[in-house]
Design a protein. Structure first.
Lengths: 579, 401
């Protein structure tokens, strides 16, 4: 049989073509989805568009000034495979100076490790020099970090941003979400060099929403002065911890808030303990002690069960549930019929306990009604033990309910009349105190004045009072009682003519290992001030303490208040009456 | 043989394929320019590759017309001169490469192009045409003399010429793709020469053994064969991306201008990989159409060979058929992962001057010869017993018509 060789070639060609078309069918129809997935995996460029973290401002008079800012810093990275071992150390050692964190021998020890960080947080000027040197195998990676032009100013109020970019403590922690903003997303088809292409229908671009620039109500200059005073006073008094708060009782705005010792937010890792990060004004409930007589007496006035002139029989000690409640001042001449003003002047625990009895409608016993009325004022009217809503991390503390099933509820309430057996924060006390002296309206304390949007200061609207805490009359009476208390024998002539300043001391035993300690006390003073004949223009609260030391409201907190008061009066340009 | 009209189908399909190539290059040329510019810092304009391809197509059409018009009787005589020129150019290239002259263009140690003042030429293309013309001449002459079985008169010169050509291309120029097409030309022409099947079989065996030795003696080639399509292969990236391109095309393709693979993922996107890009843009439908165009074209060429009564003419067409088929099949099989990646152009479609020019000229020659086919198919005989008969009949039949 003759072989038609031309036909053999033809058949061969057709066979090959058939195989090719079958293969194309497999790739393009059968495996289509698979290849589309593989293509997407290498074609898709997905970038997070990083939102810029908002900056934090303080007020300087009427103008906001940035106190926490962002700066671009650079990480210098070396690829030892590409870099020249002879040339690189010689050229970079000088440029980087002390910022170099890696030894050259280590960098070049293992060349297969193609990524070696040799300097971090390098400023732009230095980074530019590195870039100018144009060295092979060296590249810069930009990053942003927080910078603090005011150094340690208000560190416990501001907080810091950790290595993961998350705000911790202070405003950074409490307002992290607002400051962070929302990252955007870019998803697009890219070419082999990672350049976005316009090919393809499902490209996404969601721009980043930058974080808000927050303006604090805190006045930068006043804050600075307050911190200086605290440092000075801490040294003079020999106490490690002092916290202070200056606020405007007419608005609830915080003008200064400081805690000693504090820390450097730019070097936040360098602290003795995490205790240093704590803002004691808002997140450390304690017993403010006799300062709370202000609130007990205000409740007494509200229910009409007492007046400043009303008297009770003081024996310097009174018994509740068989337990003695003593006065800290045990003077024989104070035994007898004593007016409530005098009781406040001498900070008599027997006096405040008597108000509790009267609130219940009794002369000699603490009744449920008394407890309920006191609780209503403490908790509902004054917000003690309740988060105030200030834009900071708060720890609300504890105020027992009037019918709490605890051992000795009556003695607990008797103690509460002079600020013990309860845990509240300075911000709660100062806000309540503001309500007592400002005419009776409770304003939620605030630390945020507004925002900076596109370089413009957008001020928050002044919030309305949250509620009426006490009547105008009660407020007026309390101002007078607090004025009298301060001026009766304690002011030593520090309050100049034409000013009206009042306040109350407090000294509380610290709870150590679950029991009240006899050798450690915390001192408090809260006071108001302003031009005589007008409503108070500031409230200042001071707290002084140190582990293992006895601090007295009169001995330690009062002097600090006096210095702060002079400073605030000066700074706010408060004029004496009649001038 | 009375001259009649040429095979229009061949002409039309050639023009269609050239057109598809131009449109494809028009769509991906800007991407190619961008890839080259960012990788090598060159400054190609967006339409550079399109305009170059347009120029190449015009030149190719000119070459086609010239080959169509040049008297074929003359073409039949110049086989040894064209082959000689091809070999001379190969030697020149080798020497220029040795002295590292800029006139020899090398890529990754393989020197395949000659440069004369901006004009570049691939000697291997001249060699292919020369081999086709020379072998047709040799076989036809020896067949006419009845010496097709003579060792000294036919087999020795056949083996030497084929061997030398292959050595230049595969060993010196390290161009396996062209080697494969040379091999296809040699084998197809031998097959159709009418040598006995056992002789052809022995030749195949010898080539197979020689190929085996060549592979075993080179670790590079060995590795390439063993790791065919596996992840370690240096070509796996190329094949993977060719398959991604073809695969994402699906049934209808992503459309012209929407190829993502051509933006730098797929190497050689406008040259050797243009088939994959076409798969992405035109889909299964487009590729089947392209494959069918080639198939019909090649079958028509084969038909021309079958109906040419003159042995030399028929063998020239067979050689051209083998040449074009090798390029089409090896290129497409490489791109679809059927065989190990072999760098070879897709005729008429790939970007590149020399290959297109010579392929067009070859097709022009086929077109010319298609004017001289008879109505009957060639009488095919093994040479063995009827040598004298074939000798007598051949000139006689020519006179008859």
């Amino acid at each position: 049989m003759k072989l038609n060789r031309n036909a053999v070639l033809k058949a061969g060609l057709l066979l090959v073509v058939a195989v090719i078309i079958l293969k194309l069918f497999c790739i393009q129809i059968v495996e289509h989805e698979e290849w589309v997935e593989k293509a997407a995996a290498q074609h898709t460029l997905q970038n997070v568009l990083l939102a810029k973290r908002g900056e934090i401002y303080m007020m300087d008079g009427d103008e906001p000034v940035a106190v926490v800012m962002n700066a671009t810093v650079y990480t210098v990275i070396v690829d030892p495979m590409l870099a020249s071992e002879e040339e690189l150390p010689e050229k970079l050692t000088e440029v980087l100076g002390e910022q170099r964190i890696a030894e050259w021998e280590d960098v070049f020890a293992d060349k297969s490790r193609r990524y070696y960080v040799i300097a971090k947080n390098v400023e732009r000027k230095v980074a530019e020099k590195v870039a100018e040197a144009d060295l092979a195998g060296v590249w810069l990676q930009s990053d942003t970090k927080r910078v603090y032009p005011e150094g340690t100013l208000a560190s416990t109020v501001l907080g810091f941003v950790n290595a993961d970019g998350v705000g911790q403590y202070g405003v950074e922690g409490a307002m992290n979400e607002e400051l962070t903003g929302v990252n955007g997303l870019l998803r697009t088809v890219k070419d082999v060099n990672n350049v976005a292409l316009s090919i393809g229908g499902d490209n996404i671009k969601v721009p980043a929403e930058d974080g808000e620039n927050i303006v604090l109500t805190i006045d930068r200059n006043l804050q600075y002065k307050v911190e200086k005073i605290l440092e000075q006073q801490a040294e003079e008094l020999g106490f490690k911890n002092i916290s202070a708060l200056v606020m405007d009782p007419r608005t609830g705005k915080v003008l200064a808030m400081a805690n000693l010792p504090g820390y450097d937010p730019a070097d936040f890792g360098n602290v003795m303990s995490a205790e240093d990060y704590i803002n004691h004004v808002v997140e450390d409930p304690y017993e403010p002690a006799s300062v709370c007589k202000t609130f007990t007496f205000a409740a007494g006035l509200e229910y009409g069960v007492m007046t400043p002139e009303k008297t009770f029989f003081n024996e310097n000690v009174t018994y509740v549930d068989g337990w003695p409640i003593k006065n800290s001042t045990q003077k024989a001449e104070l035994v007898g019929q004593i007016s409530m003003q005098t009781a406040l002047n001498w900070s008599m625990n027997t006096g405040s306990t008597q108000v509790l009895r009267w609130l219940g409608g009794s002369e000699s016993e603490i009744l449920q009604q008394g407890r309920e009325r006191l609780y209503d004022y403490y908790y509902n009217h004054f917000g003690l033990g309740v988060p105030t809503g200030i834009e900071l991390i708060e720890s609300p503390g504890v105020v027992y309910g009037p019918n709490a099933e605890i051992y000795g509820i009556d003695s607990t309430y008797a103690n509460m009349t002079f600020g013990q057996n309860m845990q509240v924060t300075m911000i709660q006390v100062a806000s309540a105190f503001s309500a007592v002296v400002n005419g009776g309206e409770y304003f939620a304390p605030t630390i945020v004045a507004g925002k900076v949007v596109n370089g413009e200061f957008v001020e928050n609207e002044q919030a309305e009072a949250v509620r009426r805490a006490v009547s105008q009359e009660t407020s007026a009476t309390m101002r007078e009682m607090l004025y009298n208390t301060r001026t009766s024998f304690r002011n030593n002539g520090v309050d100049a003519e034409g000013y009206y300043v009042g306040g109350k001391t407090g000294t509380a035993q610290m709870i150590k290992d679950g029991a009240y300690s006899f050798d450690e006390t915390v001192a408090t003073y809260v006071g108001f001030g302003g031009t005589a004949g007008e409503l108070p223009e500031y409230v200042i609260m001071v707290r002084v303490w140190e582990d293992g030391k006895i601090a007295g409201g009169e001995a330690q907190a009062l002097p600090v208040f006096n210095v702060l008061k002079a400073c605030v009066q000066d700074y706010l340009k408060i004029k004496p009456a009649g001038v | 043989m009375r001259k009649h009209k040429s095979d229009r189908v061949i002409g039309i399909l050639t023009i269609i394929l050239l057109g598809i190539g131009v449109v494809t290059i028009y769509a991906i040329g800007p991407m190619r320019a961008n890839v080259m510019n960012s990788a090598y810092g060159t400054s190609y304009r967006e339409n550079y590759f399109f305009l170059q391809q347009l120029r190449n197509v015009v030149l190719a059409l000119v070459a086609l017309v010239v080959a169509f018009k040049v008297p074929y009787a003359w073409v039949k005589k110049i086989g040894k001169w064209v082959l000689g020129l091809g070999l001379l150019l190969c030697v020149t290239l080798m020497i220029l490469a040795m002295i590292r002259s800029s006139a020899a263009t090398c890529e990754l140690g393989a020197c395949r192009w000659l440069n004369f003042g901006g004009l570049s030429l691939q000697p291997a293309e001249v060699l292919k045409l020369g081999l086709v013309l020379y072998l047709a001449d040799l076989i036809a002459r020896r067949k006419a003399e009845g010496k097709l079985e003579s060792l000294t008169d036919f087999w020795l010169p056949f083996a030497v010429i084929s061997g030398v050509s292959l050595v230049f291309v595969v060993v010196v120029q390290k161009d396996l793709g062209t080697g494969v097409s040379l091999m296809a030309i040699i084998l197809a022409m031998l097959f159709m020469s009418g040598v006995k099947m056992w002789q052809f079989g022995v030749t195949l065996l010898v080539i197979f053994l020689a190929g085996g030795v060549a592979i075993l003696s080179s670790p590079h080639r060995m590795e390439r064969l063993l790791t065919f399509n596996s992840a370690e292969s240096s070509d796996s990236y190329h094949i993977e991306n060719a398959l991604i391109a073809i695969g994402t095309g699906g049934f209808w393709g992503v459309g012209f201008g929407n190829s993502v693979q051509a933006t730098g993922y797929l190497p050689e996107s406008i040259n050797d990989s243009v088939f994959a890009v076409m798969g992405e843009t035109m889909g299964f439908v487009g590729l089947v159409a392209v494959v069918m165009c080639f198939t019909v074209l090649l079958l028509r060429v084969l038909k021309v060979a079958n109906y040419l009564q003159d042995t030399q003419e028929s063998l020239i067409v067979v050689g051209i058929f083998a040449w074009a088929t090798a390029h089409v099949v090896v290129n497409i099989a490489s791109m679809t992962g059927l065989i190990p990646l072999t760098g070879i152009t897709l005729p008429l479609l790939s970007y590149g001057g020399t290959s297109m020019l010579f392929m067009a000229a070859a097709i022009g020659l086929v077109l010319q010869l298609s004017c001289y086919t008879s109505r009957e198919s060639r009488v095919e005989e093994e040479v063995s017993s009827n040598t004298s008969k074939a000798c007598k009949q051949s000139p006689k039949r020519r006179l008859q018509v």
